[in-house]
Design a protein around this ligand. Sequence first.
Ligand code: ACO
Length: 422
Amino acid sequence: MPDTITIIDDRTGKQVTVPITDNVFPASAVRELDPSLFIYDPAFMQTAACQSAITYLDGEAGILRYRGYPIEQLAEQSTYLEVAYLLLNGELPNATQLDQWKQDVTKHTFIHENMRKRFVDGFHYDAHPMGMLVSSIAALGTFYNDAKHIDDRGSRDKQILRLIAKMPTLAAMCYRFSAGLPFVYPDNNLSFPANFLNMMWKIGSYEVDPRLERAMDVLFILHADHEQNCGTTAMRVVGSSQADPYSAAASAASALYGPLHGGANEAVVRMLTEIGSMDEVPAFLNDVKSGKGHRLMGFGHRVYKNFDPRATIIKKTAEDVFEVTGRNPLLDIALKLEEVALSDDYFISRKLYPNVDFYSGLIYQALGFPVAMFTVLFAIPRTAGWLAHWQELLADKDQKISRPRQWYTGTGVRDYVPMTSR
Ligand code: ACO
């Protein structure tokens, strides 16, 4: 069988044959057929907008790999900083490289005093931490005028270090502001996750439990990248205009803020709280199925149509965390929901399974994070993924400024009607 596809324009009889590589064929075939012909593909369901060598995802088989390494192995054996290096550089670091990378990131954890005193202190007292984070990422860019030099490798590398290193600092700062607590400066003697937990929770003496430090790191690893999701696509689209990486990352974070994306774990905990007891689970699911109520948050995925491998790892991490913190009372409702939904034809026939957000919220809550911080916790590690894709985009000779076309369905030309005649 030839690995080609032939498209025939029945209006003209013209046909174009192009190769299929890895199940992808170039849209230039359509251009060749008729430059005024466009493909209608809302939400890019069938469109590969770029080539990427960063993350491999097979939704049918439930496979997720960063640079070829299975997520299960990375979650078991690696650390977030090592994974960030891997995503950005394509290979695992050797001992010297990892040491240097850790030192470099650690050196950049502090932020300019004005970021806190003048910028963050200006937010309204009940500002949502994710809204604060989104704006803080963009504001951070104003402190580094060299960030505009995106053609300069040295400058790019510097901004990457800054963004990865300062995200936990910004995140903790936004939380401490909303809780009315004094800001805790980074402690560069601590690991990346321990430093974050310390900035979050330190009041008087505080020591990070190594089991919780590890759980935080695993959660960071699981969220570090997920190929062309909504946030990463925002990063690429804004990055394609050659905006600086802070502006692009702020738009990626904005996309992540939405409840259908990174906001889902917050929605899961709210949903479980609303359900209230295991007895209410069947009635709640009936509402979901009838379309009267909400969707079952934390279920379903655009790509995973079998299981989300991150959900399996997270369930195990939840057990480790609950050993230290005690069991989250919402867990029983979640387990019941999962059990009933997975045996219900509505969910089975639509291939709806728990996604990464179904259990992550329960862990975050057990760790003490308020629900409003959940998406912030997602944004910290996803920064590595955003930046890896940004780098890849800038090096990709096929890329230009993102500019999709539209199918115009509005009215035809008509004459302006003066106000007196309307
Ligand atoms: N609960 C109930 N029904 C659902 C759900 C759900 N969570 N998700 C999808 N469906 C139904 C839809 O109503 C639709 O049914 P229909 O064919 O009868 O109309 C069918 O399943 C297909 O759904 P789509 O909306 O076409 O699926 P899509 O791929 O566009 O959506 C999404 C994926 C947004 C994740 C969706 O499953 C959803 O809204 N889930 C809940 C929110 C969530 O958990 N998001 C986190 C995703 S993971 C992440 O971003 C990190």
